[in-house]
Design a protein around this ligand. Structure first.
Ligand code: 0PR
Length: 388
């Protein structure tokens, strides 16, 4: 560390050099990110609340009210009036909280020791972390031909040790929506916690359904759903870190609360102690600013770009893994290994992400990818295809 203080300009010159090495969303080259540039009003609100700490909410009563309002607004799009929950750092923390609550309830009510967690093969790796941290055996269930979990296989895997079943509304790799109603029937019959990971789809599916799109429901209107993850820092256009975890009622938070004697509240259920108020303020601002109409438009624009890309890929002879349901397109070229195609695109300066199951190039049509970027991408894909 430097002995003598540096000036503001010196410091920012240094920081600028680092920042120049980063990819920029606005270049339209980042094809595999679920995060995007936050909405300007969300950034403004974020900085306004940069010092507020929801870890000690008695000191930041107004910010705590903002968090509650945000949860209420998210609840209103997920068919629940008074959800319990928290704004957290993202989908990982939200998923860990949901599974921790389910595990604690199974442990406290049934004396459970060797818990098991059932997830679809398509589940995000955050559930591996949850299983590891919570000492649960992870049971990964096979998918159907449309890459969704098969509720029958889930039922076959239930044992006395099952603490929770997970369904996904917008899978990380392909954007598929699991049959949550089917999972709910099984969860209710067996009295098991059903958690829905809507980290990606939570800020698009409800608005698309309301606008007449034929997509399955996944929310609290389904009896067995006890908790839902929704990430404002993905399709919600809020800055990183903004995640959300909603539970059906307060008992799920109580199941994992610990005493926090010297704080202004006497117990705490979040994993993180000191935590941002800024994320809640930012999410509040962008949700109010866009309203349901704004989010519906955002989701529909993303789908429109998705179909534009998918149609052109087919025209050029590329093969889609599956017809997109949300704004993710996964594809291969019939004559190239995924890795070869990925390298050819990387050579042309595209920032590529590949899915693992099945192997494919995966493009997430977030806000920062505009039609003009897609036209350029399609041009490169056409050249590649002609050169083989
Ligand atoms: N659940 C689902 C369905 C997800 O897709 C993700 C992340 C998570 C949970 C975990 O969320 P956090 O990362 O907020 O904890 N999905 C993306 C992924 O891992 C995140 C991402 C975002 C990856 C931007 C790359 C990137 O550039 O693929």
């Amino acid at each position: 560390m430097n002995e003598k203080p540096l000036s503001h300009d010196e410091i920012f010159n240094q920081l600028d050099k680092f920042q120049a090495m980063d990819c920029k969303y606005s270049d339209g080259r980042i094809l595999g990110s679920m995060c995007t540039e936050a909405h300007p009003i969300a950034k403004e609100a974020f900085f306004k609340f940069i010092d507020s700490n929801l870890g000690d909410p008695g000191l930041f009563k107004g910010t705590k009210l903002i968090e509650d309002e945000v949860l209420g607004m998210i609840g209103s799009i997920l068919s629940i009036e008074n959800p319990a929950g928290h704004m957290v750092t993202g989908g990982t923390e939200a998923n860990i909280m949901a599974i921790r609550s389910a595990r604690n309830i199974a442990r406290d009510n049934n004396g459970l020791k060797d818990g098991e967690l059932i997830v679809p093969k398509s589940a995000h790796f955050s559930f591996k972390k949850a299983a590891d941290m919570l000492n649960l055996k992870l049971i990964r269930v096979d998918l159907d031909e449309n890459y969704r979990i098969n509720p029958k296989l889930v039922e076959e895997n239930i044992t006395d040790n099952t603490v929770a079943i997970v369904g996904i509304a917008g899978t990380t790799e392909l954007g598929m929506i699991d049959p949550i109603e089917g999972l709910s029937e099984i969860a209710v019959k067996n009295d098991i916690h059903l958690h829905v990971d809507a980290a990606f789809g939570g800020f698009s599916i409800p608005f698309l359904i309301e606008n007449g799109y034929d997509l399955p429901r996944f929310d609290f209107s389904i009896e067995g759903v006890r908790s839902i993850t929704v990430d404002p820092h993905k399709m919600g256009l809020s800055p990183i870190p903004s995640g959300g975890i909603l539970f059906r009622d307060q008992s799920y938070l109580d199941a994992m609360s610990v005493d926090s004697p010297y704080l202004t509240i006497k117990n705490q259920s979040t994993i993180v102690g000191t935590r941002l108020g800024a994320s809640s303020a930012a999410t509040y601002a962008v949700m109010k600013f866009l309203g349901k109409d704004g989010y519906a438009r955002n989701a529909e624009d993303a789908l429109e770009k998705t179909h534009f890309l998918a149609d052109n890929l087919k025209r050029l002879g590329y093969e889609l893994i599956v017809e997109p349901k949300l704004n993710i397109v996964a594809f291969n070229h019939p004559k190239l290994e995924t890795e070869e195609l990925s390298n050819l695109l990387e050579e042309r300066n595209w920032k590529i992400s590949c899915s693992s199951y099945p192997k494919a190039i995966r493009v997430i049509l977030m806000n920062h990818i505009k039609k003009e970027h897609l036209i350029e991408l399609i041009g490169d894909l056409e050249e590649i295809s002609k050169s083989i």
